[in-house]
Design a protein around this ligand. Sequence first.
Ligand SMILES: N[C@@H](CCC(=O)N[C@@H](CS)C(=O)NCC(=O)O)C(=O)O
Length: 203
Amino acid sequence: MRKLWGRLTSVNVQKAVWGLDETGLDYERIDAGGAYGVVDDPAYRALNPNGLVPTLEEDGFALWESNAILRYLAATSPALALPDDPHARAPTEQWLDWQATSFTPAMRDAFWQLYRTADPDRRLIENSLKQGEAMAAILDARLADRDFVAGDRFGIADIALGCAAHRWLNLPVNRVERPALRRWYERIAARPAASRALGEPIA
Ligand SMILES: N[C@@H](CCC(=O)N[C@@H](CS)C(=O)NCC(=O)O)C(=O)O
C-alpha cells in the first residue's frame, strides 16, 4: 500500500496530498511531524534521515522533498505529465524551484513568528512580509495573462505555488491586493483534488 507520511497542517505535506489526489492513486496518509511526533522514530529516520515531512513510501521505495514527490508523480501519472520538449518543460522546473527557494523562504519568518513563537518579533514579521509582497508581485505579474503558472494546462507548478499562495493569502495580515494571483488561486483551489490539501487551517 502506498503511504504518505505527514500532518496536513504542513504546507509541504499539502503539496504531496494535492498531487496524489490529482492522480487518483490510492494511498494512506499517516499523521507525522509536529505534535504527532513519529519523525524521530528510527523506522521513520530510515525512510527520511531529515526527520521532516512529507515522505512518500511505495513498496520499499521512499521519497522525500515535496517538490521531488511532485516531480515523481508527474513522471508516473498521466494526469500530471509534463511535456517532453525541454522548452515546454523548463518553466515548470523554474517555478517549482522559485517556490522552494524564493516565495516560501520570504514568508517563513512571518509564519513562524505569527504561529509558532510565544513572543513574536514585529521587525522579523514586517521584514518577511515585505519580502513576501515582492514575491507575490512577481507571481501576480506572471499570472496577468495566463491561467496557469507554467504551460497552458494545470500542473505541478500550480500545486506547489498554490499551496504557498494558500499560506500567503491566509496569513492574518494586511496584504496588497493581487488580482491575477487571487483569480488563479481561487480557480485552482476550486478543483476537487485541492479540497483535502487546502481544507485545513494553515497552522
Ligand atoms: N524541503 C522540504 C522541507 C520539509 C519540511 O520542512 N517539513 C516541515 C513541515 S512543513 C517539517 O517536517 N517540520 C517538522 C515537523 O513537522 O515535525 C520539503 O519540501 O519537503
